[in-house]
Write a protein that binds this ligand. Structure first.
Ligand SMILES: NC(=O)c1ccc[n+]([C@@H]2O[C@H](COP(=O)([O-])OP(=O)(O)OC[C@H]3O[C@@H](n4cnc5c(N)ncnc54)[C@H](OP(=O)(O)O)[C@@H]3O)[C@@H](O)[C@H]2O)c1
Length: 277
């Protein structure tokens, strides 16, 4: 059985990839930056490596692995993909819902740059293009504890996805035939507005959450101060505004790959009730 290297093994998706592969008896290697503090399931081998220092990955890639790759918030390192292609036959990349680019088109976002590096690498590949993770609502946790979510665009209709569904699709792509060259846009099963998401969190946590509509200009100032990235805030505000007019899309990728419905947002909240306490 091919060894599977999970890069981003402690990530909000990667941790489920590791757990699911280990449960199914696969030979799993988890990439971590600090082996001395790494916590991995029994039977999983933790191996040191840092994407910011590509040559440090040689040891982790040794021995004919398949690779689950995520990219953290650091500059893209083309050498990482070169090294993966040197040692591995297959990569499954955690991407976002990005547009396909022609080979001469400049990337708008780093995911497009990495997808292009992978497409031209000679590797067998699958892109798991995830819509926003349900876990992003943990950014509301402090407000939920106070019984009110103040946020813009309460009517923005979202299709947030459970991180375990993203991981399950990635695991299928890593372990089953028939996923080469696929670009799966993985979403939740339903369209729920920001205000409905807050209501469901309140119902499941028993905290009775009230929605308070935040004016976009107030949100712009507060989120820029909190996140420190004005361009990112602007892109989020633009997207949320658009979802008030046209809901974020809902796909059947989870059903197509896993032959079961995607997990609901309510089930995600049930899995994370303690995170809001
Ligand atoms: N949030 C969303 O809504 C959303 C939607 C679509 C796509 N995405 C994409 O999903 C990815 C994030 O995935 P995630 O949430 O599973 O991960 P995450 O929780 O953001 O990242 C944590 C993981 O990244 C690893 N890591 C960080 N810097 C590293 C480095 N220099 N070298 C090696 N490993 C490093 C950490 O390793 P250590 O254990 O060593 O710390 C840890 O395993 C991003 O590319 C993001 O753009 C996110």
């Amino acid at each position: 059985m091919t060894k599977i290297l999970v890069i981003g093994a402690n990530g909000s998706v990667g941790r489920h990839v590791v757990a699911s592969l280990a449960e199914r008896g696969h030979d799993v290697r988890a990439l971590v930056r600090d082996v001395s503090t790494a916590v991995v399931p029994a039977g999983v081998e933790a191996v040191q490596g840092d994407l910011a220092a590509p040559e440090s990955l040689e040891h982790a890639l040794d021995g004919g692995v398949s690779v689950y790759l995520m990219w953290p918030g650091i500059p893209v390192q083309p050498r990482v993909v070169e090294l993966i292609a040197k040692h591995a036959k297959q990569v499954v990349y955690l991407s976002a819902d990005v547009a396909d680019l022609a080979d001469d088109e400049p990337p708008v976002i780093f995911h497009q740059e990495i997808e292009r590096l992978i497409r031209t690498s000679g590797l067998r590949w699958t892109f798991v293009r995830a819509i926003d993770f349900a876990g992003n609502v943990l950014g509301w946790a402090d407000q939920v504890r106070q019984g009110v979510v103040r946020w813009p665009y309460g009517g923005a209709r979202r299709s947030l996805v459970h991180e375990r569904d993203i991981a399950d699709v990635a695991v299928a792509a890593l372990t089953e035939q028939g996923h080469d060259g696929a670009k799966y846009v993985v979403t939740g099963p339903e369209s729920l507005s920001h205000a409905e998401l807050a209501r469901i969190i309140g119902e499941e946590t028993g905290t009775g959450v009230r929605w308070e509509e935040l004016a976009p200009e107030t949100a712009r100032a507060e989120l820029t101060a909190a996140w420190g990235n004005a361009a990112f805030v602007e892109s989020r505000l633009r997207a949320w505004e658009s979802f008030t007019r046209e809901p974020e899309r809902v796909t059947d990728a989870v059903h197509q790959v896993l032959d079961r419905p995607a997990r609901s947002f309510r089930s995600w909240v049930r899995d994370h009730v303690e995170d809001f306490r």
